[in-house]
Design a protein around this ligand. Structure first.
Ligand code: ATP
Ligand code: MG
Length: 421
């Protein structure tokens, strides 16, 4: 099958010209270049919107030396080059897109879950080490067969039948992150795990124990970039993948509803972190520590997740409609905003929710109009006295007792008189 026409339609013009140039340059040195991976899959599906994100990323495989080729290309174009000699890979960063060039390689696994040993190989070697048939296709860029689809594992057929299929029975035990990847693609594309693949996934669940925390976390981060991560999480729960990572992890209707709400927030900043905080909402503090250690979660995100549970236990204190804004502020200011947001989504109490939202949208931004310099001009000396005045002004502002600058000045002066006495 020839996909020349589809490539021309699908790739941005600039990118197309660039890869054609790269291929010509490679040919002069007797090397061949192919487009591989997700772009081939999405191009056959005919839906460019599947390639999400602001940048267009393209993976190329080089039968030859990818690093050398990338260096030559970088010299003659406006690209930023990032080379990994050890892996035989290079990244070329342009303004609107990124090209990943990889030397075609062969992989062998010393033991399940370990990183593979890599040696140079052919395109076919490179495709056979990949995760699923639909991700193991390539398109030739060489002049003599430009646009030809290379599909040794019947990926196109699986695409037509909406199936996620691994390439050999040892695939999941070689690399159990593929279980998470399989479900991510299944849910993104509305596909199904092919029968044997589903059976082998169940059989190999224990291999998840061989995967480092960093790799599992990375896969969760990728899941949280999907349009509907809750579909992936629920399915991973049903397949018993989640409980193998941590016995308390589950996907259910509650989580699905909260994820959906999280996405609908006006400013869903830090969305992946928010998903993480919701994911562990039903955990005890002990369960959480186990999860943080297993996934080697960063200090900042760990803090947000711990805060989430800490705040959850003190939510009853916010479930009281006579709380003053300043009380809400002092109670919440120590918590990470994303932990507050998680609780606002998860809490069952409308009053607590309202207070949490009030803090997030207003109270945390409240500042006094007067600063230290101005207070000095009013005759208040720097030091503890000024600190006290500023704090009282801030509290009065939070509670709406002062509004204007003039209000603040008046209050500051009366305070300084009192403090002098
Ligand atoms: P998308 O970016 O749309 O999720 P992609 O196919 O571009 O899809 P990447 O994560 O960028 O996904 O990976 C590029 C290619 O590398 C994949 O298509 C797949 O062939 C291969 N790949 C990635 N991870 C693995 C893995 N764990 N095992 C085997 N092959 C993998
Ligand atoms: Mg990709």
């Amino acid at each position: 099958m020839n996909l020349a026409r589809q490539i021309e339609q699908y790739l941005p013009r600039q990118l197309l010209e660039l890869v054609q140039n790269i291929s010509r340059q490679a040919a002069k040195q007797g090397q061949r270049v192919y487009v591989v991976g997700g772009v081939v899959r999405d191009l056959l599906l005919g839906d460019p919107s599947l390639r999400s994100g602001p940048r267009f990323d393209l993976d190329l495989v080089v039968e030859g030396d990818a690093v050398k080729l990338a260096q030559q290309v970088a010299e003659t174009s406006q690209a930023k080059l990032l080379a990994h000699h050890h892996f035989g890979t290079a990244k070329l960063r342009y303004e609107d897109f990124t090209l990943d060039l990889a030397t075609a390689r062969k992989e062998t696994y010393a033991r399940p879950g370990a990183l593979p040993t890599v040696t140079p190989g052919t395109l076919k070697d490179d495709l056979v080490r990949r995760d699923f048939s639909i991700n193991a296709m390539a398109i030739s860029l060489a002049a003599k067969d430009y646009g030809e689809l290379v599909d040794p594992h019947q990926g196109k057929n699986d695409l037509e039948h909406c199936l996620i299929r691994i390439l050999h029975p040892g695939s999941f035990s070689d690399d159990a992150t593929r279980m998470l990847r399989a479900v991510r693609y299944e849910q993104r594309l509305g596909f199904e795990l092919e029968t044997q693949t589903a059976r082998l996934l169940k059989r190999d669940i224990p291999s998840l124990d061989t995967i480092s925390g960093d790799r599992i976390r990375h896969e969760l981060e990728l899941i949280f970039k999907e349009k509907q991560p809750e579909l992936v999480i629920n399915r991973l729960g049903k397949l018993e993948v989640l409980p193998r990572i941590n016995p308390f992890l589950k996907g259910d209707g509650w989580l699905a509803e909260k994820f959906d709400k999280a996405r609908r927030l006006k400013k869903p900043t830090q969305l992946p972190s928010l998903y993480f905080c919701l994911l562990i909402y039903s955990f005890s503090e002990r369960d959480l520590e186990q999860f943080l250690a297993r996934l080697n979660i960063s200090a900042k995100l760990s803090r947000a997740m711990r805060d989430t549970l800490r705040l959850k236990t003190s939510l009853p204190l916010l479930d009281n409609s006579s709380r003053k804004p300043s009380e809400i502020y002092y109670r919440l200011r120590e918590y990470e905003p994303v932990a507050i947001q998680a609780n606002a989504l998860a809490s069952e109490s409308p009053t607590a929710q309202r207070h949490l939202q009030l803090f997030l949208t207003k109270l945390r931004y409240v500042r006094t109009a007067l600063d230290g310099e101005e207070l000095k001009r009013l005759g208040i000396s720097a030091g503890p006295e000024m600190g006290q005045v500023l704090q009282i002004l801030h509290k009065a502002k939070l509670d709406g007792e002062v509004r204007t600058r003039a209000d603040e000045k008046k209050l500051a002066l009366s305070l300084s008189l009192k403090l002098e006495r």
